[in-house]
Ligand binder design. Structure first.
Ligand SMILES: Cc1cc2nc3c(=O)[nH]c(=O)nc-3n(C[C@H](O)[C@H](O)[C@H](O)COP(=O)(O)OP(=O)(O)OC[C@H]3O[C@@H](n4cnc5c(N)ncnc54)[C@H](O)[C@@H]3O)c2cc1C
Length: 339
């Protein structure tokens, strides 16, 4: 029997104060990841702080600079179907809708999505060693079943990948995460939010334990005219990405003026390489250009046996998704361009 204390916070300050003096405290939002982890015996909070009463975190509002603020407690479904998100940030909408199921997206929140944990089989098996769950115990995935695992940014301690779809689009959009803690508020650029495993795979991100995500801010540019999210997986629904790609670009005189490419399912964080995006500037959006960008993105990729196929899969996905971004309506099933 797990005994725990349940508290309901009615202000962000009360929520932060409720976790400040107890390292075994957890916020709970939609509960779709936290409660699973608890049931699998992978986490044991002794204080659960329910943040669902924080109405100020439940709105989507336009920002003075033309951007959009997504409240941390807005559900993934409400975000994906919001009129402004669909019109100006369809890349985000498509990425969210590629994830999980309608029921899960209705409960899952934006803040929780950023903090969901890896789906590594060994992490989810409480009887198995895992440096992420139990630092110093080892990483059986390196020599074991690693079909889902990283080809980039891994370390000798961990080859797990971060499984979110939403966050791949947020990386491409260069979102900013707003957080509040006992010492006030701060913002974290999306590229600094998720960590590589290095020597501390137990730490997924740069959020401090007693900090609350309040919102995720989108910049004014949403790449609506030219965007695409491609998720490749073992089943067409209810499966995490083997490889996913979020692509957005702006065109001027038929050449690329600005480009963003982020990959999911390949590393401990959404993966971007600015040299590849810079290479595309001034080039026509062709299979050859996207192939050159893929070459840069995957230059240091390495498989661990079962996941070797991901390198070629990612290369092809980058090219195909770049061409799909030319004509976003081509993303309907059965209407994809041939290479
Ligand atoms: C069967 C299944 C399939 C799934 N498939 C996919 C998929 O294909 N793609 C995908 O991207 N995701 C998928 N998911 C993951 C799902 O998107 C996440 O579980 C969900 O986004 C987590 O949000 P939540 O509100 O339920 O978080 P919770 O479970 O409530 O919390 C998760 C963590 O975040 C912390 N937290 C929550 N909100 C805040 C906040 N505002 N500030 C600070 N800390 C906070 C909690 O303390 C906890 O540690 C799947 C989940 C399930 C169960």
């Amino acid at each position: 029997m797990n005994n725990f204390k349940y508290l309901k916070a009615d202000t962000p300050a009360a929520a932060i104060a409720a976790v400040a003096d107890n390292a075994a405290s957890n916020f709970v939002a939609g509960g779709t990841n936290l409660i699973d982890l608890w049931k699998y015996d992978l986490t044991h909070p002794d204080r659960l702080v329910d943040i669902n009463g924080l109405s100020e975190l439940k709105t989507i509002t336009e920002l003075p600079d033309g951007g959009l603020r997504l409240g941390a407690l807005v559900s993934n479904a409400a975000t994906a179907h919001h009129a402004i998100v669909r019109e100006r940030y369809p890349l985000l909408s498509r990425a969210i809708l590629a994830g999980a199921t309608a029921q899960i997206r209705n409960s899952a929140t934006n803040g929780g999505n950023l903090l969901q944990r890896t789906r590594c089989y060994y992490f989810y098996d409480a009887a198995s060693p895992c440096n992420k769950r139990n630092p110093g115990s080892g990483c059986p995935a390196i020599e074991g079943h690693n079909r889902l695992h990283a080809i980039l940014g891994y370390s000798q301690k961990c080859i797990a990948v971060f499984p979110s779809d939403m966050c791949v689009a947020l990386a491409a959009l260069e979102a900013v995460v707003q957080v509040a803690g006992p010492d006030g508020s701060r913002e974290i650029s999306f590229s600094d939010f998720h960590r590589l495993p290095g020597d501390h795979p137990e730490r997924d991100n740069t959020l401090q334990p007693n900090e609350l995500i309040t919102s995720i801010d989108l910049p004014p540019t949403g790449f609506a005219p030219h965007h695409s999210y491609l998720k490749l997986r073992d089943r067409n629904s209810y499966a995490f990405a083997l490889v996913s790609v979020a692509t957005g670009f702006e065109l001027e005189n038929k050449t690329i003026k600005r480009a963003r490419i982020a990959l999911g399912g390949v590393a401990h964080q959404p993966w971007r390489v600015s040299a590849a995006e810079d290479l595309l500037v001034g080039k026509a959006p062709t299979a050859q250009s996207f192939g050159q960008a893929a070459g840069i993105i995957l230059a240091n990729a390495k498989g661990f046996g079962h996941n070797d196929f991901k390198i070629e899969l990612a290369r092809r996905a980058i090219i195909r998704n770049g061409l799909m971004a030319l004509n976003p309506s081509s993303q309907r099933p059965g209407a994809q361009p041939s290479l």
